[in-house]
Structures are given as C-alpha cells and as structure tokens.
Design a protein around this ligand. Structure first.
Ligand code: BG6
Length: 495
C-alpha cells in the first residue's frame, strides 16, 4: 500500500469541519492504508483539551464508519492536542517542539501538511508564524491546505495571497473547494472528453443554454454568524459555482494534467463577462427566505435564525445569468441558482440542446400537432443526493400515426456505490498528500472569480433589497423564474 509519512497540523481541530469531514476522511485513508503507522495529527484550537479528551472526540467522529474498538483506539492514538492562541508567538514554539517530537517518534521525514479550518481572518497570522517560528521543515514536503472563504473580495484575497506566498510557493498551496472532490463534478470531464457524441456538440451551434442548480433544503443551521456576513453570492457562487462553470466551459486540455486543466479553466473564467451595473441588475437576482412550510414541517425565516441580524439584508438565494464572450459560447446563457431552504437538496447541471431546425412532425396529417416545438434534448448531470446522468430524447409514440414522446435514458449510481464512493474530502486530502493540485483552486482562478463577483456585490450593496421574498420550502423568488422566462426559457427540474 502506498503509505504516506506525514504530520497533519489542523488549525480549528475542535471545529465542526474537522469533526464532520476531516477526521472521518483521515480514518478512511487509514483503513485503505494511505495512512498507517507513520502519521500523526496535531489538533489545535483555543479550548484547553487533553490528548485523552481529543482522542475520545476523534473516536466519536468515526463511529458511523463502524471501526472495531481496537482499530478506533489505534487510529486515535496518533492524535495529539495543543491548546493554541494563533496570535501568541510562544504557542508556536510549543507547537514546533511537539511537531519535531512527533516527527521523530513516527519517522515522518519532515513531511508536513497544515490544514487551516478556522475563521479566515487568522489565515495570514498562522502562515507567517509557521515560517518565522521555523515550523516549516527544511526536509520533506510542507503543504498548506486552506479552506474557503479565500478573502471576502478581490482586494482582501490578494492581500491574503501575498502573505501566504511569503511562506509557501504556489505549488504547495492547496485552496480547497470541496465541490471539486465530488464524484460527479470530476465526471464532467469524463462526459465531455471521453464521449465524442457530446464534445462535438459542446458549443453554441448545438447548445441552447446551460443550467446549474445548487439547491439546499437546509437553512443556515448554526452558521448564522458567518453566513450573515457572507451571503449566497460569496458562499456558493464565487467558489463552487464558478469552478463548475469553468469545468463545463473550458476548452479541451491537451492532456489531462494539472497544468493543462488549470490553464484552460483560467482561460474560461477570463472569458466570463464582467458586468456593468445595468447588466448586473438585469442578469442577477437575489432572495432571502421567509418562514414557510414543507411536508408538514414549519421553518422559521432567515431573520429569525440564531446569530442573524433581525433586519438582515443578506441574500440566502442567488440566481443569475453568466455570459461567456468567446467563440464557443457566445450567445449561450449559463444560468445558475443556489439557495438555502429550498424545496429539496438537489445539485444538478442541465445541458439544454437546441431544437431541430424544423419540426417535421408538426405537419403530421394523421395527428396534427399545434405545438411547433419539440421538447429539447437535455443532458442532466445529477451530482447529489443521487449521482448519475440522464438524457432525454424524442421518440415515436407507440401506435398509429407519428406523434413523438420524450424518452429518458438514465443511469444512476446505486445507493451502495454512492455510499462506498470516497467522500470529497477524503479524495482531496489524498490528492494533497500526493502533491496533486488538479482539483484545487489556483490563485488566478480565485482572483478572476472575485473580479466577476465583486461587481455584483457592489451593485447590490447600493440597492436596498425587498426581503424576505421567498418562502422556506419553495424554489426561490419569482424573479428567478422571470429571469429565464424573459429569454424564452424555463428552469428544468425533472426528478
Ligand atoms: C459550503 C457552504 O461551502 O458548501 C455551505 O459554505 C453549503 O453554506 C455547503 O451548505 C454545501 O455543500 P454540500 O457538499 O453539502 O453540497
């Protein structure tokens, strides 16, 4: 097995992300042998936990993965806790001593991964201390995994990047976007570049519009404090949605390598039009949920959520139209929408193909049809909760005459397969251990995404929204539907 010798230092080791995603992912890697005898994890946070307590917490986070008691014990024995104030230099000295001790004990060869899973305002301080306090080793690899948000606009992202680059070269910075670790997002490239039937049609001659929906049924849960300063535009569009859009829109890379894919994604992002104020108002709409009901359950409105300003003007929903100004995509709208407290959790991409040039069936003598159009061919990529594809075609209706009927070809991964497929974080952590940053966001991608989103934010900040404007349990505000209607389209949402 390809065992990695490595010391993980997790800043934010007591946090929600560490407990929900990171520890279970590390355990899965442990079960697969990617981590074995030669690894250690230091969890840091302000709370004064002991190693024993930390290990109990870690064991609790992997319970659902059904380890044997002995296995859980052995895994957790690699975890160490250090109470840490990120602004206090002396704490980094203790961290260095502990790191060096564990390096020796587990034969880690100076290989280190630093995972920043805490409030972004501390990213810069932590990274400068890692360098100044010589925690970064001279031998082995030193890689930084950094959670979003990477800045809160282009300017702050730029400053943060400058700071980080003083300690880590770009190749050792892994800006995580967990959507890039999802099985079906990775499948976009396979669909496009392994199937001539699609790639040959993947342009403005054959595609009418592309729709990306990242819907969530959950509200802000216990993240009101963070979310109320972020909103859906920065929380989902600046990162996940634009990354997926880049994968859909990029030119075929000459090889499926990190460097080539990255360069194509950057070009695609650069071709997205940065809107003028008027265009923002025409092409983007926002929403905030009010109290509502779904399946006998009642939900409170966003403004009633914990740690949210009762007068908040933060958007919990965004829908918009991106325009890509290049040869391939000119004239094809890319519609996107994302929101909290929608009807269901559903992450999908719909590629809507153009109509046939003439619908010969409309003139059928036996069964005259008044509708001059046929339903469009739609390729749907289901990302979650189920994974798979479907493709709708028009076939002949069984029987006399020549009416047509839509037929759906469908492939969904079985529940078992979805269950067993590696979690996004597991894949991304392994990629980072292997030094492969294909599925991470490069600085130029982050920078361009901020340029695109910053203007939308600025325009919105000048106009008082009329919130709340959609009911919890619905599919968002009316304006999101009108956005497509005025172009003669509609959101496609098939089960
Ligand atoms: C995170 C956002 O990046 O993605 C959350 O901060 C959102 O607000 C989450 O809920 C959605 O991720 P997933 O994997 O559940 O679709």
């Amino acid at each position: 097995m390809n065992e990695k010798n490595v010391l993980f230092t997790i800043f934010g080791g007591t946090g929600d992300l560490a407990q929900r995603k990171l520890y279970p992912s590390l355990f899965r890697l442990y079960k697969k042998g990617n981590l074995s005898e030669h690894f250690a994890v230091i969890g840091t946070a302000r709370r004064p936990w002991s190693d024993e307590h930390y290990r109990e917490v870690v064991k609790g986070t992997i319970e659902t993965l059904n380890p044997s008691a002995e296995e859980a014990e052995r895994f957790a024995s690699h975890f160490y806790y250090q109470s840490h104030d990120v602004n206090d230099s002396s704490h980094y000295q203790t961290l260095k001593e502990l790191s060096d001790r564990l390096d020796e004990k587990y034969h880690l060869n100076g290989n280190r991964m630093y995972y920043l899973a805490m409030a972004p305002q501390f990213f810069g301080t932590i990274v400068s201390h890692l360098k100044s306090q010589k925690i970064i080793t001279e031998t082995g690899f030193n890689r930084l995994i950094i959670e979003k948000p990477f800045g809160s606009d282009f300017h702050s992202a730029f400053e943060l990047n400058e700071k980080i680059r003083q300690a880590f070269p770009e190749d050792d910075i892994f800006r995580i976007d967990h959507y890039l670790g999802k099985e079906m997002i990775q499948n976009i490239s396979a669909i496009r570049f392994a199937n001539n039937i699609f790639e040959s049609q993947w342009n403005n001659r054959y595609i009418d519009n592309i729709q990306i929906t990242f819907g969530e049924s959950l509200g802000v849960e216990d993240r009101g404090g963070y979310y109320d300063h972020s909103g859906a535009l920065k929380d989902m569009v600046q990162n996940h949605i634009l990354q997926v859009l880049a994968l859909l829109a990029m030119e075929p890379p000459v090889a499926f390598s990190e460097k080539e894919i990255r360069s194509e994604k950057i070009k695609a992002l650069k071709a997205i039009r940065i809107y003028e104020k008027k265009e923002v108002l025409e092409n983007f709409v926002r929403g905030q949920y009010a109290a509502g009901q779904l399946d006998d359950q009642t939900f409170k409105g966003y403004r009633e959520e914990d740690n949210v300003d009762p007068q908040s003007t933060t958007e919990t929903f965004v829908a918009g139209k991106f325009t890509i100004d290049n040869f391939r995509w000119s004239g094809v709208p890319f519609y996107v929408r994302t929101g909290k407290r929608l009807t269901e959790k559903g992450t999908r991409i719909n590629i809507v193909f153009k109509q046939v040039p003439v619908n010969v069936f409309k003139t059928s003598i036996d069964e005259p049809c008044n509708d001059p159009t046929l339903p469009p061919n739609v390729l749907t990529i289901y990302i979650q909760p189920t994974e798979g594809f479907s493709f709708t075609l028009n076939g002949k209706k069984v029987g006399q005459g020549f009416a047509t009927d839509p037929i759906k070809l469908e492939y969904r991964n079985s529940a078992e397969m979805v269950e067993n497929s590696p979690e996004a974080y597991e894949k991304l952590m392994l990629d980072a251990l292997n030094g492969d940053s294909t599925n991470f966001s490069h600085w130029e991608e982050v920078a361009q995404s901020w340029h695109i989103v910053d203007v939308i934010r600025q325009v919105w900040d000048q106009v008082q929204p009329d919130f709340p404007n959609y009911k919890a349990g619905s599919m968002g505000p009316e304006a999101a539907f009108e956005l497509l209607e005025k172009d003669g389209f509609e959101w496609i949402w098939q089960p």
